[in-house]
Design a protein around this ligand. Structure first.
Ligand code: ATP
Length: 241
């Protein structure tokens, strides 16, 4: 069964094509890690899926429905939520206020504020504090919590571990493992830490210069193949998915 399908998705920044003709499918509950060097197009692809960046051509379908022309707020309601790079919270607002926005604009479902605070226990003591004073790990947890409160079918997570302490990375991934154990929610995770990406994902896609360079299940991919794909050196032995 296919939850999300991308057919020749292309996105540009001005004249520059950042995402070229990407086609892939995601099943319910599946976790896909998107890896690749800086500038490979990972953020642009996630933003294009979430409606934060225009789709230049191609098709994006969620639950069989073409969502490529919908604005971001309508995609949130359709079931796709982005936890962005940079974790954009409103610094002068408390965590509770930051979390109210998606809870009101997204879909109602199993992920309520108490459930989210159970999954991200590091956030509970911060709930009435302004987000401006949070550490990187706390901001990351808050941004993921905010996306979860929209009760998406597909959760898009940009740069999960970037800039976080090892302890904060552990905390965030422990919470994500809990979310994943709930079952149906699919995730696309942009992760620079390759070991982490291979350990967490069901499937890995490596982008180079906006194209899919390598795809496979972690157990099928060698470090060497991934390293070559990272640097856009064409790999002949691409694992089947
Ligand atoms: P990073 O890990 O550095 O965020 P990435 O894989 O997420 O990299 P993108 O940020 O999607 O890559 O960038 C893809 C390409 O698009 C790069 O060449 C980048 O320079 C370019 N780009 C990204 N954002 C913009 C922008 N706002 N205006 C112009 N070009 C951009």
């Amino acid at each position: 069964m296919t939850l999300l399908s991308l057919d020749s998705v292309t996105a540009r920044h001005g004249l520059m094509t950042a995402v070229h003709d990407i086609s892939l499918t995601l099943a319910p509950g599946e976790v896909l890690a998107l890896i690749g060097a800086n500038g490979a197009g990972k953020t642009t692809l996630l933003r294009t899926l979430a409606g934060a960046h225009p789709l230049a051509s191609g098709r994006i379908a969620l639950n069989g429905r073409d969502i490529g022309a919908l604005p971001a707020h309508a995609r949130l309601r359709a079931g796709i939520a982005l936890s962005p790079e940079g974790r954009r919270l409103f610094p002068e607002m408390t965590l509770r206020e930051n979390l109210r926005i998606p809870a009101e604009n997204g879909r109602k479902g199993a992920w309520t504020l108490p459930r989210v605070l159970d999954a991200f226990p590091q956030l509970a003591p911060l709930i009435d504090l302004p987000a401006g004073g949070f550490s990187g790990g706390q901001r990351q947890a808050a941004a993921i919590a905010r996306a979860l409160l929209a009760n998406p079918d597909v959760l898009l997570l940009d740069e999960v571990s970037l800039g976080l302490s090892p302890a904060a990375v552990e905390g965030v991934y422990a919470s994500l493992a809990g979310v994943r154990a709930e079952g149906r929610m699919a995730m696309i995770v942009v992760e620079q830490d390759l070991t982490r990406a291979l350990a967490f994902a069901d499937r890995v896609i490596c982008l180079a210069e906006g194209r899919v360079e390598l795809t496979g299940r972690p157990a099928e991919l060698t470090r060497e193949a991934i390293t070559r794909a990272y640097f856009g050196l064409h790999e002949t032995e691409t694992a089947d998915v």
